[in-house]
Design a protein around this ligand. Structure first.
Ligand code: HEM
Ligand SMILES: *[C@@H]1O[C@H](CO)[C@@H](O)[C@H](O)[C@H]1NC(C)=O
Ligand SMILES: *[C@@H]1O[C@H](CO)[C@@H](O)[C@H](O)[C@H]1NC(C)=O
Length: 330
């Protein structure tokens, strides 16, 4: 009697233990971002960081804007099915990829620099480092080279085997977005309102086309009048004329990673509608003011937000692949 009851107790608790073990494994497999780490390649490719940096350095020394373009490429990768290198894939007969999606077509650039970095990396450790990781490292290097902060990049991402134009059209916020739309899109990816405002500080570098700021400079009222006039000179009112004419996102220091972006917002000189909504009497005004008066708080929030953005749904373990060529699945 006693024996039978103790054996049924064991039967019961063993099943319970097994259940707990399986549940823990399932949770670990699901939260794959936990597997990204700064030391992922320390044994298999310790030179990956030097190889990527030299490619980025050489591209940015030829054209400073390239640093901005690479930073944006990483954002556009992460916001579409996670940071999985999907933006780097060329279209194929089986899918139309992200390169021709609205937010990227005639706009996303820097693919040749990622190819150059990939071939440097392949020379030192073939078949080991993903294109998704190379993009994450290149984004960090770009910020640092243009005078911004540095930080340790988490790696261990793998590359997607597919890409989706429609996912890119849905996933990347447009320049006409309202503040509440921006907040909710960032929130849906696990990014806070603080992440939204600090990451938008990336618009302290780089350029935008007339077509994305035309309606702001002709039609909006929360814009400095002389700034609007100045921008109108190289961006004609009529849709279709001068659409690709460029203007700096930060008119003060367009190639320096600093906090001038926030100063611009306070003086109503944000170039995009989606920039100025961050300082337009709403809930994010106070953060803009803080980043204006305390540049260090901007830099440290920007770093945290870049790390969080880089953690969005990576492929890890046996998911995805390590592409040989960043433009094509193996
Ligand atoms: C908050 C929502 C955002 C919107 C609506 C937005 C929108 C835009 C638009 C419309 C452009 C100009 C594209 C063109 O005319 O070709 C642009 C450029 C840029 N964006 Fe954003 N962006 C956002 C967030 C971000 C984030 C989070 C980053 C990076 C952390 C970023 C980095 C950049 C950079 C660096 C450029 C200049 C690229 C170049 O010169 O090639 N943006 N953005
Ligand atoms: C991308 O831009 C090209 C050149 O302007 C244009 O011909 C093409 O229709 C655009 N593609 C899409 C999918 O909008
Ligand atoms: C400005 O707004 C008017 C009225 O909504 C619209 O017809 C016009 O196309 C807009 N102009 C620009 C340059 O966006």
């Amino acid at each position: 009697m006693a024996a039978s009851s103790s054996s049924s107790l064991c039967y019961c608790s063993c099943r319970w233990l097994m259940f707990v073990v399986i549940a823990v494994l399932v949770v670990l497999a699901g939260s794959s971002s936990a597997q990204l780490s700064t030391s992922f390649y320390s044994k298999t490719c310790p030179n990956v960081f030097g190889a990527v940096k030299s490619a980025v350095q050489s591209a940015v020394s030829k054209e400073k804007r390239m640093g901005a373009s690479l930073l944006r490429l990483f954002f556009h990768d992460c916001f579409v099915n996670g940071c999985d290198g999907s933006i780097l894939l060329d279209d194929t007969s089986s899918f139309t990829g992200e390169k021709t999606a609205g937010p990227n077509n005639n706009s996303a650039r820097g693919f040749n620099v990622i190819d150059a970095a990939k071939s440097k990396v392949e020379k030192v450790c073939p078949g080991v480092v993903s294109c998704a990781d190379i993009l994450a490292i290149a984004a960090r290097d770009s910020v640092t080279i243009l005078g911004g902060p540095s930080w340790n990049v988490k790696v261990g991402r793998r590359d997607s085997k597919t890409a989706s134009q429609s996912a890119a059209n849905r996933g990347i916020p447009g320049p006409a977005s309202s503040l509440s739309a921006l907040i909710s899109r960032f929130q849906s990816l696990g990014l806070s309102t603080t992440d939204l405002v600090s990451l938008s500080g990336a618009h302290t570098i780089g350029q935008a086309r007339c077509t994305v700021f035309r309606s702001r400079i002709y039609n909006e009222t929360n814009i400095d009048a002389s700034f609007a006039k100045r921008r109108q000179r190289s961006c004609p009112r009529t849709t279709g004329s001068g659409d690709n004419n460029l203007a700096p996102l930060d008119f003060q220091t367009p190639t320096a990673f600093d906090n001038a972006y926030f100063k611009n917002l306070i003086s109503k000189k944000g170039l995009l509608h989606s920039d100025q909504v961050l300082f337009n009497g709403g809930s994010t005004d106070s953060l803009v003011k803080k980043y204006n008066s305390n540049p260090k708080s901007f830099l440290s929030d920007f770093i945290s937000a870049m790390i969080r953005m880089g953690d969005i749904s990576p492929l890890t373990g046996s998911n995805g692949e390590i592409r040989k060529n960043c433009r094509k699945v193996n």
